[in-house]
Ligand binder design. Sequence first.
Ligand code: C2O
Ligand code: CU
Ligand code: CU
Length: 457
Amino acid sequence: ESGAGGDRYEMVQREVEAEILPGYATRLWTYEGSFPGPTIEARRGRPVTVLHRNELTVPTVVHLHGGRTPAASDGYPTDLVLPQGWTGHHAHSMPDDRAVVTDVQREYGFPLDQRAAMLWYHDHRMDFTGPAIWRGLAGLHFVRDEVEDALDLPRSDRELPLMIADRAFDAEGQLAYPSLDPTLTGEHGVEEPFLAGVMGDVVLVNGAPWPIHEVDTGLYRLRILNASNARHYELEAVAEDGRTVPLVQIGSDQGLLAAPVRHERLPLAPAERYDVLIDFAGLPVGSTVRLANRLGSGGTAEVMAFRIAREGASAPIPETLADDLPEWDRSEAAVVRDLAFRAGRMEDGRHGWVVDGLPFDPARTDVTARFGEVEVWRLIADVHHPVHLHLVGFRVLSRGGRTPLPHDAGLKDTVSLRPGEAVEIITRFDGYRGRFLFHCHNAEHEDMGMMANLEIV
Ligand code: C2O
Ligand code: CU
Ligand code: CU
């Protein structure tokens, strides 16, 4: 539906069965019956409202990752959309008295006053984000703008969204998630196997295992999202003769770069997005280019493949891209903060993951930032943690005390901290006042408490 006030969508969250592995019917939690959920196409500054109706048997929360969204629609982890029959009873028993717990449906409003980018929406319920995303609650949301239009990048069937997510299946073809299926954790007990997060041995792209996509010998635009709960990838496109086909990065989480960056291998942490051009020119028709994962082994070493089906017209890669990237300087920073992402104890005393020693508590404000001020955050990690900030995009200032890596370019909303590393980011807290979040986007780390409140005042 489209009107003067923007575009309006309705989505029903429901369980369906779908064939993911040949011959098996897998139960999924979905938006509108599909995994990934329906893709939303939007224009910068043109608001979108989405009415979500919960027909699942569990409470849900919808968050638009990367969206510049007022707090009321940002999907705070206790702002639940209740399942049928839950209204009233649970409405007053939430730990946080600010939580809005009302109904089996909820309308989310997205102003989308932001740069063109590929965002994604996913579940964000407190303590249960991992299992909810794993079961299928994720979809893509594009924002387009004039800066992007002017570049004449590959579009329609030459623009390929790739939502990459690993999953594990049991013998019946059902999704296996250890914390919800204690029988599957076997003799290891419950804690140990997934302190690193939940991973699977099947790689899905847009919900299909290791797909093969037909292309021609032209230029393609890959919109890559790592929607995995915990798996990191290092992508490399490999032609049949063993040659690496370069991945030319033109954008990051929050839109276009200033100029393209060429990669032989592209690291991809959970929740990160990369906007990449790949040119199949000169490759033999009938041959195949594998998109490999250099961090994987066996099945997880492969992501998908492109089959070159015919000749096609090539196109040049633009030399310059966007000139609207925010440039913040360290000298502008009103505050410099250290924030540690490390192992710690959860509320029940078990080992988990925490921010600055404390597990997530909806009733506590962890960071108060002043509206409009620039801040530098020094994020410190023990092991790998992809750290995500809601509401704002940021630039990476330094990594391990050195200049950032080539793939850190552009405007980010998720940055991959490597073991033992400190990463400095810089941003301005503007857009909206209110309560937002920052957290590790390893979904299991997030559920175990590695999340904190950011109050913008
Ligand atoms: Cu992708 Cu707080 O989330
Ligand atoms: Cu987010
Ligand atoms: Cu983490």
